[in-house]
Design a protein around this ligand. Structure first.
Ligand code: ZN
Length: 168
């Protein structure tokens, strides 16, 4: 197992639509182990492969009810609305109130290549939707109302600039 550095805001891999997984290989199984290790170490409740620089449609999650992994997930049902103070390991230390469907059902593959369905509401539903956005090259910033997003982007750019200046 190995820890990966988590890619952060500004890294182009986070804006790239990830590729479907054609085949469940032992390399993919090892990657998923590393993703879990990286997620727990962060610590976080979900991690998508692009966040460690791998542009593949895989995410892992554990909201405290046990770990799960999904390969090539697709949303098959969503309903309700739920507002939650959402954060992202790729935008560290920032949280925004974001409204998304409360309930979600997704279909995909497990690591044995079997078709599985996972459903969840509130936090589980939220994490699944958040991680699936990563697979589509989308950060939570894109879920913010326009004015809030503009302000958030300005703040993030200023901080990035500040860091570069501090680095010399
Ligand atoms: Zn995230």
């Amino acid at each position: 197992m190995a820890l990966f550095p988590i890619r952060t805001f500004g890294d182009p891999v986070l804006r790239t639509v990830a590729e479907s997984v054609d085949e469940i290989t032992s390399a993919l199984v090892r990657l998923v182990d590393d993703m879990f290790e990286t997620m727990y170490d962060a610590p976080g409740v979900g991690l998508a492969a692009p966040q460690i620089g791998i542009s593949k449609r895989v995410f892992v999650a554990d909201v405290g009810e046990g770990p799960f992994v999904m390969v090539n997930p697709e949303i098959v049902e969503r309903s309700g609305e739920w507002e939650y103070d959402e954060g992202c390991l790729s935008v560290p230390g920032k949280f925004w109130e974001i409204e998304r469907p409360a309930f979600i059902r997704v279909r995909g593959l497990d690591l044995d290549g079997r078709d599985i369905e996972i459903e969840g509401d509130e936090l589980t539903g939220r994490v699944i939707q958040h991680e699936m956005d990563h697979l589509d090259g989308m950060l939570l910033l894109e879920r913010l109302p326009r004015r809030v997003r503009k302000e958030a982007l300005r703040e993030l750019r200023e901080e990035a600039l500040g860091l570069r200046v501090a680095d010399g």
